[in-house]
Write a protein that binds this ligand. Structure first.
Ligand code: ATP
Ligand code: MG
Length: 562
């Protein structure tokens, strides 16, 4: 690797050491192993960026392996969504593989273990087996079936496979050590009877391998050099190695498992099981609801692949569990959209302004810069006329000196347009302001070069011309949970912390006409408001925007405090 690369993460250091100790660089091979039982989330993105990132760094292949050993929870819909999300993030796998492709080989190896006296069939009840397990401080006791003769084990195992036994009646166990301080080594289950149809193998199998048995052996079949998983699998490493010991030829590459800390994010939950609950119980509108921490939710919300990759990069790879502040994720998308999203004007809570001295029927198309952060972004024309909308919050009849917006008797600049002065306003019976009457300074047009155009006034407001405005729906999202760590409360269910105001739908927004032909996924900065993207629900008749993130930057504040 190049010397100028500043700091290697600890996994890269392990790889570098292995290379220094003689591992052939061409033997490096990685995998990303999702279980197709849900949609990928931002935690998976950490693992994807890590594994595919190592592939890029070392110019090594990365397999996509679906860990589909549990037919009860797995579906083709998830397989398709996972593939789509990985590609959208910008990564390409070498081979698309399935643990289920190895069911035959795994079965043969299980027979080998039985023959070597390293596995046996247990037909005790699960309660009985649990009782014999012992505790972390007390050894377990051996199953009465532990020394079943090989021939009998082979016959029973075959019957398990052929569907002659009921679910839960028989298991195949590895014969390791019921007194091991590592509970996982106390004769763990290799196979259980499951009379379920599998999304790929159909009804071929009546037994399915357990994760620990399938995972390492799949790594071996694929000759994965570094099998990277999350910390909770650390105690499984001993078992991973034991299973490999039983079948390793001694000649080819022997995979090694290494662990890193899960990515956790504040104000959300990340387990697929919990995300599935949110979907099934209707707390959100599907896996791709823009409030979900799923890749598909973030995409719909307006996140870019670049921003998610950046987030993975800056939050880094850690050896210890930690929680990343969601504000960092928001910072990453803002940073990317600041550079790339065109600026436009939209008014979310409109109030009408009439410019009394502007000629009736006149219309001007004013120059507006698309993105001051991007010199190639060019400019567009926005229409101006006698009647415009501004935000209700931008006007007060009276206000103190700190209110740099429009108030009676004072001036503001309309972005890309003129300086106006509020003269009077009209109210309805409840006292709501319905109309603001202003005058404008004809010579103050932005960019016209006159003295007046350079005149500085305190506030600048965004606006849209009423005659030209396009009606839009805007969906404003807040955090889905009110608590920083909703699933960290022992006595409370995480759903108790669901934020009842996480979605506010505004059907009365107006946007400038240049947005009329925007397409699903297009991203904009609504000036002074935030970043917005066109939602999937949008149609030519009804534009629908999602607010990706407001402009105000909470991450900068957090950093500043440190
Ligand atoms: P969940 O608990 O959300 O269901 P999982 O670990 O069961 O996640 P898998 O489909 O088995 O989900 O995960 C695929 C890969 O992604 C695994 O290697 C796993 O370790 C990794 N992964 C899952 N969640 C995270 C996370 N929060 N941070 C980092 N890596 C993760
Ligand atoms: Mg899992």
């Amino acid at each position: 690797m190049s010397e100028e690369k500043k700091s290697l993460n600890f996994l890269e250091q392990i790889i570098e050491e292995d290379l220094a100790n003689g591992l052939d660089k061409n033997k490096l091979r990685f995998r990303f192993p999702p279980e197709p039982n849900g949609y990928l989330h931002i935690g998976h993105a950490a693992s994807i960026c890590l594994n595919f990132g190592l592939g890029l760094t070392y110019n090594a292949p990365v397999n996509l392996r679906f860990d589909d050993t549990n037919p009860v929870k797995e579906e083709q819909e998830y397989v398709d969504a996972i593939k789509n999300d990985i590609q959208w993030l910008g990564f390409q796998w070498e081979n698309e593989l399935y643990s289920s492709d190895y069911f035959g080989q795994l079965y043969q190896w299980a027979i080998l273990l039985i023959k070597k006296g390293k596995a046996y069939v247990d037909d005790q009840s699960s309660e009985e087996i649990a009782k014999q397990k012992g505790t972390p401080t007390e050894p377990g006791t051996n199953s009465p079936n532990r020394n079943r003769p090989v021939e009998e084990n082979l016959a029973l195992f075959e019957k398990m496979k052929n569907g002659e036994f009921e679910e839960g009646s028989h298991i195949l166990r590895a014969k390791i050590d019921m007194a091991s301080p590592n509970m996982l080594m106390r004769d763990p289950i290799m196979y259980r009877v499951l009379r379920k149809s599998h999304h790929r193998t159909g009804d071929t199998w009546n037994i399915y391998p357990m994760y620990d048995w399938a995972h390492g052996e799949s790594d071996y079949i694929e000759q994965i050099s570094h099998s990277i998983c999350t910390l909770e699998f650390k105690p499984h490493r001993q078992l991973y190695d034991w299973f490999l010991d039983q079948i390793y030829s001694g000649k080819d590459l022997r995979p090694k498992q290494r662990e890193f800390a899960r990515r956790n994010l504040s104000y959300t939950v990340m387990s697929k099981r919990k995300l599935l609950q949110l979907v099934e119980e209707g707390h959100v509108n599907g896996w791709d609801d823009p409030r979900m921490p799923t890749i598909s939710g973030l995409r719909r919300r307006g996140y870019t692949p670049e921003s998610i990759r950046k987030f993975s990069e800056v939050s880094g790879i850690s050896k210890r569990d930690n929680v990343t502040d969601v504000a960092l994720l928001e910072f990453c998308i803002k940073d990317h959209l600041n550079k790339t999203a065109p600026r436009v004007m939209a008014v979310l809570n409109p109030v009408k302004v009439i410019i009394t001295n502007y000629p009736e029927g006149k219309e001007e198309w004013l120059d507006a810069e698309n993105n001051p952060e991007d010199e190639n972004a060019g400019s567009r024309k926005v229409p101006f006329s006698k009647e415009i909308y501004i935000e209700q919050e931008d006007f007060r009849e009276e206000a103190n000196k700190k209110f740099f917006r429009l108030k009676l008797g004072k001036e503001v600049r309309l972005k890309n347009a003129y300086i106006i002065k509020a003269e009077s306003c009209k109210k309805d019976a409840e006292g709501n302001i319905t109309e603001i009457h202003c005058t404008y300074d004809e010579k103050s047009k932005s960019g016209s070069g006159t003295e007046e155009s350079k005149r500085r006034v305190k506030g600048t407001l965004h606006w849209v011309s009423i005659a030209h405005a396009v009606h839009a729906e805007v969906r404003l999202y807040d955090r889905l949970f009110t608590d920083e760590a909703p699933d960290a409360h022992k006595d409370k269910d995480f759903k108790e912390f669901i934020n009842p105001n996480s979605l506010v739908i505004n059907t009365n927004a107006f946007v400038e006409p240049s947005l009329q032909d925007a397409r699903i996924g297009d991203k904009f900065q609504f000036q002074r408001l935030g970043y917005f993207t066109i939602d999937n629900d949008s149609t030519a008749e009804r534009l629908v925007f999602n607010r990706t993130v407001p402009l105000r930057d909470s991450w900068a504040k957090i950093e500043h405090k440190k």
